[in-house]
Design a protein around this ligand. Sequence first.
Ligand SMILES: Nc1ncnc2c1ncn2[C@@H]1O[C@H](COP(=O)(O)OP(=O)(O)OP(=O)(O)O)[C@@H](O)[C@H]1O
Length: 410
Amino acid sequence: MSLGAADRIRAALNRLAGDMPILGIAISGGGDSTALLHIAADWARDRTLMAATVDHGLRPDSAVEAKQAGEAATALGIPHVVLRWTRETEAGNLMAEARDARLRLLSGWAQRNNLPAVLLGHTRDDVAETLMMRLARGAGIDGLAEMAEWRDAFGLRWIRPMLGVGRAELREWMQARDIGWIDDPSNQNTDFERVRVRKAMADLGVDTMALAKVAANLSEARDALALYAAEICRDARATRGTLILPRGPIRRAPAEIRRRIVVAACRWITGADYPPRRAAVSHALNGLAGGSRVTLDGAMLEPDGERLHVIREPAAAMRAPSVDGASPVWDNRWRIEGLEAGQEVSAVGLEDLVRLPWRNAGLDRDEAAGTPAIRENGKLVAAPLLQAGSRVTCLPSRDIADFQTMLVRH
Ligand SMILES: Nc1ncnc2c1ncn2[C@@H]1O[C@H](COP(=O)(O)OP(=O)(O)OP(=O)(O)O)[C@@H](O)[C@H]1O
């Protein structure tokens, strides 16, 4: 039984990362990622594996634990670093913020080390607990479907090779080999929803295998719906950062399909790592059904005859931080080429727009104000999408194929 668990993980590693000569692994020092560390170290052989631990600094022992996690990695010949997080505000959902910060820190580390992907130690128990938590929140099919074995987010591929294995199996496997791990006291803290859900599931005798099966069944349903949505959008087009969708077929499609299309369109525009909230999507769909222009999480959807135009919400573009030649992707959607030293990219804005021939660009006023502008010492030098002849080019960082992929894969 325990050998079976390691074999299944190795098979998943072959399937998901078999062609990667170098790979990262995120270890907390807890049981799941410690098991993954050992199994991946053995699997890696002539591949290079690098490990990192995020010290959230939320408990007095966290630094010591991060160091211990590192010792486990270096004992296996795997280089390890500790990445420290400092929380900026006290407001908001601590767990969600910590997870986001963790993914960002890990992604930065992976990019600095040219790692194409990072392994995470989620297990079948995580799948079951997530399903229960989302059920309680009234999630839709996507929220309830199983976690993906891989996902691209925060500029990186995340691989979860242990989704088919239970936490208890892993602990058995480690005990049989005398491998120790750190029991995080937060895993007993009932202030956290996941801990309460875990306890409730144990009390009710809920079988994680059955719940994981429900999640897998819903994934199949999701995939079928995704193909339906992709079929409806087969004539979708992308031009200069605007997505143009067929309005009639979308209007006639069932609500679940409309929802999926709107979510993918919004994420295509914003490049966001998470989909917009369900209630916000419902609100946007109601507006669209009434023929109105709506905004959703930084995207703007505008009915135009038989077409639905999806653009960047101008106010969101104006809030996007400016970038220079060192990191030439602006607003998470424009790749800027040809910037000179001292030049920066930010939105054109309404003030500078009046001096530009924006009407020739076939955009409306708000849309034009949200396009990239090149400035030097705060002074407008060029607005490449609105004027011909600029030496700087702005290329959309996503094309129509990316939209089709987003429809099928969330
Ligand atoms: N502080 C951390 N530093 C690095 N990676 C982490 C950290 N916390 C979690 N991870 C990664 O994310 C995965 C899932 O996170 P989750 O919060 O479910 O972890 P966990 O319950 O602490 O798991 P584990 O038993 O491995 O500690 C972990 O298995 C690990 O790969």
